[in-house]
Design a protein around this ligand. Structure first.
Ligand code: ZN
Length: 858
C-alpha cells in the first residue's frame, strides 16, 4: 500500500544500466511465520564508470542492520525510506555488504514476497516481490549466484526448499534445523524461490538425451499425493519435447514443483523450483475436467520451457516481458499442438485471442506488446503481452519457417546465455538465421491495437485476373509485416489457388485468374489467423456459407461457420424480423452426415457464447442478443432432436481416461446435451440430472450443472446441492461450483452475496475470488445489468480487496474496461463507481493505475 503521493511512471526511454551489481549473494532465513529474519551478504561491484550512491530496493521491511566490508555502517552513511536503502558513498568499487531485516509472512495477504499459504511459507517474486523480502538490487538485469541457508523448526518446516541443489542438511539442534541450497546458474532476484512447510514429497525421474538422470519432485499438502500423476507425465512429455524440437536439455539434476493453494496467478518458473497454483497441478479423473487436464499439461510445459526462454536468457528490463512470455506461450502452444490435435488447439487459441485480447487492444488498457510505460508492472501481465506476443512470434516463425526458427532460437540462446536482453537481440538472431532482414517486424512491438485489414477487388480485363488489394489503413505511419495465408475457391467450393504472401507494409495485391464461369472467386484470407488481425470481410452470406462447408483448412472452416452465425445475428438484429436460420440448419444437417473427428466436430457444433457474439458484432444489448441466441438454439434443438439424441447415445458410454477418443466422446455428449436442453419443450432435463448422478469424470458431472443453471431449469437448486454434497471437502472442485452459479444467465447480485457468506468462501484465496467475483463480472447479463447493480457490487468488492490483495483488486477492476461501450446510464454509473474507488484513502498503485486509465475512457 502506498501513501497519497502519486506513484512514479516508468518509461522505456528512461532505462539505464545498473550503476552497481551484486554478482553473488548469500541469503539466510530464520523462519517464523510471525517474524522472519532475513540476512543478505552481497558481493557488490561497480558496473558503471563513476561510482555514485548505491540504492537497494526494499518495501514493507523492518530494517535491522547494515555492514559494509564487515564493519557496522554509521547511520549517517545511509538512509532508509519506504522504498529502500541508500548508501551515499560506497566504500570502493567492489566490496561486501551485509544487510538484515525482518518481515511478517503471515500478515502478507498480497501474496507477493514471502507469505503463508495453508501450512507453508512460500515466495512469489516476479516482477518486484524480492524487495518485500530483503534489501536488494531488485531488477532483472542484476544477475546473481545464490547460496541460501534456511533455518527453521523441523516440526513446522520438515521440508525447506530453494533453487538449485541441496548442498547440506543439518541435524535438528534445539528445535532448529538448517539446510543450504546452491544454484550454480546466475539469475535475477525475480527467479528466486523459497518454500518451507509440512509438505508431502512425490518423486519421479527423467533421463535426458545425453543420459543424465534428473530427479523430479512434486510437493503437495497432505491428502493430495494421489493427484500428481498427470502432472508428472506432462512434465516428462515437456522435457522430451524440448529435446526433440529444440535440442534443449534440462540443466540441473533436480526439478521441483510445489502446489500452492493461495496463488495470484497460474504458475511461476523459478529456477529448478516452479511454484504452481494447486489447480494447475492436482488432478484425477473424478475431480478434474478435460479442460483442466489440458491446462495442466500446457502450464507445466510453459513453466518448464521458461528454463531456457526466460531463465538461461532473461530480460534486461520489464518492458521486454513479452520477450520471455510471448515466446514461451508460443512454445507451449506448439507443444500442445503436437501432443493433441493441431487444428483444435489452434481454434482454441484463436477463440481466446478474439474473446480476450481483441477487446483489450481496443479498450482503455490497450498497449503494445512492448509497453512504453507502466506505474505498476503487475498490471502488464496481460493477454496482449502473452497471447498477442505469442502471435507475433508465430508470425515470425511463419516468415522464416519452423526449421530456421529452431536455428534462430538456438543461436539466441547460445549467444546470450546468462544475460538479460531485449526483443532486439531475439529478432536479430532470427534475422541472422534467416539470412536476411525482416522489414517491419519490429513494428509489432511498438504498435497497439488490432490491425483492421481491408480487402477490395477489381477485375483486370487484360490479364483476366481478379486483383485483390489488401490494406492496413492505419499502417502508413506504423508499417507492419503480415503473413497472409489464403485460398481462392469457385462458387462450388473447389479450390482455385492456395498461397502464402508476406506483406511488407500497408498494402499488398493478390491476383487470381478468372474462373471458367466468369464469377468472382471466393477468398479465404489469413487462414488459421496467419497474422493477428481483424478482417473486414465483404463476403456475401452465400460465400461465407461455401467456406463454412468447403474450406479444407479445418480452422478456417470453423471460423467461417462462426461468421455465418454472426452474420445471422447481424441480420436478425437489424431487420427485427424472423430471420431464417436455414443456412445454419443446412450446415448442421450436412455435418451430421460427415464423419468428422470427434473433438473437432464438438467445436464445429459449438454455438458462440453471448460474449463472443457481442464482441464480434460490437453490439451490447445483451438482453436482446440473449433472446435471439435462445431462439436460435431452440430452433436448432427442435430441428435436430433425433440427431442430438443419437449423438448423445453414441457417445454415452465413456471411459474416464485422458485419451483423444474419450475426450472427444465426452465433448460430443455434452454438446448434444446442451442443444437438447434448449428444446423449448424442456423434455431433457432428467437426462441431464442422471448424467450428473452417474458421472465417472468431472467433465460429465459439471456440464449438466452449468447447463441447467444457464437454462434456468427447475432442477437447478437440486443439482447445485447434490454437487455440493459430493464435493464439499475438495476446495478446487468447489471453485468450479462457485463459478458455475454465476457464470451464465441473469444472476442477481444477491446470488453473489449469498455465496460469499458460504463457509467455504474467503476473499483471501485468489481462486475463490476468481470463481465468484471474476466469473460474475464476466457474465454480461449480470455485470452489465441495466440498473448498475452489478457495477456497484463489484466496485464494493474491489474496495475490500484493495486492502487484502492489490493485484487481484486491480485484475477485477480491469473488467470495467468495457463499460464505456455499454447502453444507457451504464457508463455514467461505472464512472461514479470507479471514482469511488479512486478516492480510497489507501489505494494501491496497482489499482490506482487501472482505475485511472478506465475513468479516462468514460
Ligand atoms: Zn510465462
Amino acid at each position: 500500500m502506498t501513501s497519497s503521493s502519486p506513484s512514479p511512471v516508468h518509461s522505456i526511454e528512461d532505462y539505464s544500466p545498473n550503476l552497481w551489481v551484486t554478482p553473488k549473494v548469500h541469503l539466510r532465513f530464520d523462519l517464523d511465520p510471525h517474524l522472519t529474519v532475513v540476512r543478505a551478504d552481497y558481493d557488490v561491484q561497480l558496473n558503471g564508470n563513476v561510482p555514485g550512491p548505491l540504492f537497494l530496493h526494499g518495501e514493507n521491511l523492518e530494517f535491522l542492520s547494515l555492514r559494509l566490508n564487515g564493519a557496522v555502517a554509521h547511520p549517517n552513511e545511509y538512509r532508509v525510506t519506504d522504498l529502500g536503502l541508500e548508501i551515499f558513498q560506497p566504500p570502493g568499487e567492489s566490496f561486501q555488504l551485509t544487510v538484515e531485516n525482518r518481515i511478517c509472512p503471515n500478515q502478507n495477504t498480497s501474496l507477493e514476497g514471502l507469505y503463508q499459504s495453508g501450512s507453508m511459507l512460500c515466495t512469489q517474486n516476479e516482477p518486484e516481490g524480492f524487495r518485500k523480502i530483503v534489501y536488494s538490487i531488485d531488477r532483472p538485469d542484476n544477475m546473481m549466484r545464490f547460496t541460501v541457508t534456511i533455518s527453521g523448526d523441523p516440526t513446522y518446516f520438515p521440508v525447506m526448499l530453494s533453487n538449485g541443489n541441496l548442498v547440506s542438511e543439518g541435524v535438528p539442534v534445539e528445535g532448529k534445523k538448517e539446510v543450504v541450497w546452491e544454484d550454480p546458474f546466475p539469475k535475477p532476484s525475480y527467479l528466486f524461490a523459497l518454500v518451507a512447510g509440512e509438505l508431502v514429497e512425490t518423486t519421479d525421474g527423467f533421463v535426458t538425451k545425453s543420459g543424465r538422470r534428473v530427479t523430479l519432485k512434486i510437493f503437495v499438502e497432505k491428502g493430495n499425493e494421489g493427484k500428481v500423476g498427470f502432472a508428472f507425465d506432462s512434465l516428462k512429455k515437456a522435457m522430451k519435447w524440448d529435446e526433440d524440437t529444440f535440442g534443449l536439455e534440462y540443466d540441473l539434476d533436480l526439478f521441483m514443483i510445489v502446489a500452492v493453494e493461495d496463488f495470484n496467478m497460474g504458475a511461476m518458473e523459478n529456477k529448478g523450483l516452479n511454484l504452481f497454483n494447486a489447480k494447475l497441478v492436482l488432478a484425477d479423473k473424478k475431480s478434474a475436467t478435460d479442460e483442466t487436464f489440458e491446462s495442466i499439461m500446457a502450464v507445466i510445459g510453459h513453466e518448464y520451457f521458461h528454463n531456457y526462454t526466460g531463465n538461461r536468457v532473461t530480460l534486461r528490463n520489464w518492458f521486454n516481458l513479452t520477450l520471455k512470455e510471448g515466446l514461451t506461450v508460443f512454445r507451449d502452444q506448439w507443444f500442445t499442438e503436437d501432443m493433441t490435435d493441431p487444428h483444435v488447439k489452434r481454434i482454441k487459441d484463436i477463440l481466446f485471442l478474439k474473446e480476450y485480447q481483441f477487446p483489450e487492444d481496443q479498450g482503455p488498457m490497450a498497449h503494445p506488446i512492448l509497453p512504453k510505460s507502466y506505474t505498476e508492472m503487475n498490471n502488464f501481465y496481460t493477454v496482449t503481452v502473452y497471447e498477442k506476443g505469442a502471435e507475433v512470434i508465430r508470425l515470425l516463425s511463419e516468415i522464416v519457417g519452423r526449421d530456421v526458427f529452431k536455428k534462430g532460437l538456438n543461436l539466441y540462446l547460445t549467444r546470450y546465455d546468462g544475460q538479460g536482453v531485449t526483443f532486439e537481440e531475439f529478432v536479430s538472431a532470427m534475422e541472422e538465421a534467416y539470412g536476411s532482414p525482416i522489414p517491419h517486424i519490429r513494428g509489432w512491438y511498438h504498435r497497439s491495437g488490432t490491425p483492421e485489414i481491408k480487402v477490395t477487388e477489381e477485375f483486370d480485363p487484360k490479364t483476366k485476373e481478379w486483383v485483390f488489394t489488401i490494406s492496413d489503413p492505419k499502417g502508413e505511419g506504423q508499417p507492419l509485416v503480415f503473413v497472409n495465408s489464403y485460398a481462392a475457391f469457385d462458387q462450388k467450393g473447389n479450390v482455385l489457388d492456395v498461397g502464402k504472401r508476406i506483406q511488407y507494409g500497408h498494402v499488398d495485391q493478390v491476383r487470381v485468374l478468372q474462373t471458367k464461369e466468369g464469377n468472382k472467386p471466393i477468398l479465404s484470407w489469413f487462414r488459421s489467423l496467419s497474422s493477428p488481425v481483424q478482417i473486414q470481410s465483404n463476403l456475401t452470406k452465400e460465400e461465407i456459407r461455401i467456406l463454412a462447408e468447403k474450406e479444407p483448412d479445418g480452422v478456417s472452416r470453423f471460423f467461417a461457420f462462426q461468421n455465418l452465425i454472426f452474420s445471422w445475428f447481424a441480420r436478425a438484429l437489424s431487420e427485427n424480423a424472423n430471420e431464417s436460420l436455414s443456412d445454419i440448419l443446412e450446415i448442421f444437417s450436412s455435418s451430421f452426415k460427415k464423419n468428422l473427428d470427434k473433438t473437432y466436430f464438438s467445436f464445429y457444433l459449438g454455438f458462440p457464447s453471448l460474449s463472443q457474439i457481442s464482441e464480434h458484432l460490437q453490439v451490447f444489448d445483451y438482453v436482446r442478443l440473449n433472446q435471439l441466441r435462445n431462439e436460435a438454439l431452440g430452433t436448432i434443438s427442435k430441428s435436430f432432436t433425433k440427431e442430438f439424441q443419437f449423438l448423445y447415445e453414441e457417445n454415452r458410454k465413456t471411459i474416464p481416461m485422458q485419451t483423444k477418443e474419450e475426450i472427444g466422446k465426452r465433448r460430443l455428449k455434452n454438446i448434444a446435451l446442451y442443444y437438447l436442453l434448449h428444446d423449448p419443450n424442456r423434455g431433457f432435463e432428467q437426462l441431464a440430472v442422471s448424467q450428473q448422478r452417474e458421472a465417472k469424470h468431472m467433465s460429465e458431472e459439471i456440464s449438466p450443472l452449468r447447463y441447467l443453471i444457464e437454462v434456468n431449469s427447475k432442477e437447478k437448486e437440486n443439482v447445485i446441492s447434490l454437487f455440493y454434497d459430493r464435493w464439499k471437502t475438495d476446495a478446487l472442485v468447489l471453485d468450479v461450483w462457485f463459478a458455475a452459479q454465476v457464470s451464465s444467465g441473469e444472476r442477481k447480485s444477491s446470488v453473489v452475496e449469498s455465496l460469499e457468506s458460504h463457509v467455504k468462501f474467503t476473499q483471501k484465496n485468489p481462486n475463490k475470488v476468481r470463481s465468484l467475483y471474476f466469473s460474475f463480472a464476466r457474465n454480461p447479463l449480470s455485470f452489465h445489468e441495466e440498473t448498475g447493480a452489478g457495477y456497484k457490487l463489484i466496485a464494493e468488492r474491489i474496495k475490500q480487496l484493495n486492502g487484502i490483495n492489490p493485484q487481484i483488486a486491480a485484475g477485477l477492476a480491469k473488467l470495467f474496461a468495457q463499460t464505456s461501450k455499454q447502453k444507457g446510464d451504464l457508463p455514467k454509473i461505472a464512472k461514479r463507481e470507479l471514482e469511488g474507488i479512486q478516492n480510497l484513502p489507501q489505494i494501491s498503485k496497482d489499482l490506482g493505475e487501472v482505475v485511472g486509465k478506465i475513468i479516462q475512457s468514460l
